[in-house]
Design a protein around this ligand. Sequence first.
Ligand SMILES: [Zn+2]
Length: 244
Amino acid sequence: MKKWGLTFIASAMLLYSLYTYVTTLFIRVTSFGIRKKVRGGKGIALTFDDGPNPLYTPKLLDLLARYHIRAVFFVVGKHAERYPEIIQRMYAEGHSVGIHHYEHVSTWRLTPKQTHQQIQYTANVIKKITGSEPTFYRPPWGRFNLATLTVSRPFIPIMWTHILGDWKIRTCDETLSERLRAIPPDGSIVVLHDDGSNPGADDEAPAHMLRVLESFIQEATEKELKFITPDELMICSREPGHVH
Ligand SMILES: [Zn+2]
């Protein structure tokens, strides 16, 4: 009896790791079914996760508008529902409003059906506010379960080439500036965060991120560095071979 119990536990653990870690590792290493770089692209694509935040997102939108930069926002459906005017503004100013689940929950804790619901609820919220279907999807923490790629269709899963730890105040103040400047302008996709309310993040980190981002954008503009638009990202994502 004891032996059967152990076999059962071992099998359950193996199945769970296939459903979660192994799938995520496989997708990340092979880029199977996802886009993480604009191949052959010139410039950098800016993406922002976890908002909208009533304090920081409008400031970020001001900054992007000042420099005519358009970005992709991966929004949490619940936050979007609470601050529809910020979503409207994103859309009106030419940004792409993407899906980042209805709650900030990892697919590793979701069944296939629940994963689909998190994505679909958020898509519905975005569509209700903007009148337009979202294009892009990014799962929280970039974690996939075995069903994610299937149930997220037709949305295009976008990952990143550069994740910079900006959810911590300390990282923003110490290394963010240097790390932003080190990103090659060859189609890199950068992820930053306009909300700091998730576990492990500092609430006020976006204020620090914004300060560093502003000086980076200022300098990048002087150097004529290009920022890749959501439209360019979409076109490339639909042409196999241009994005990987
Ligand atoms: Zn997130």
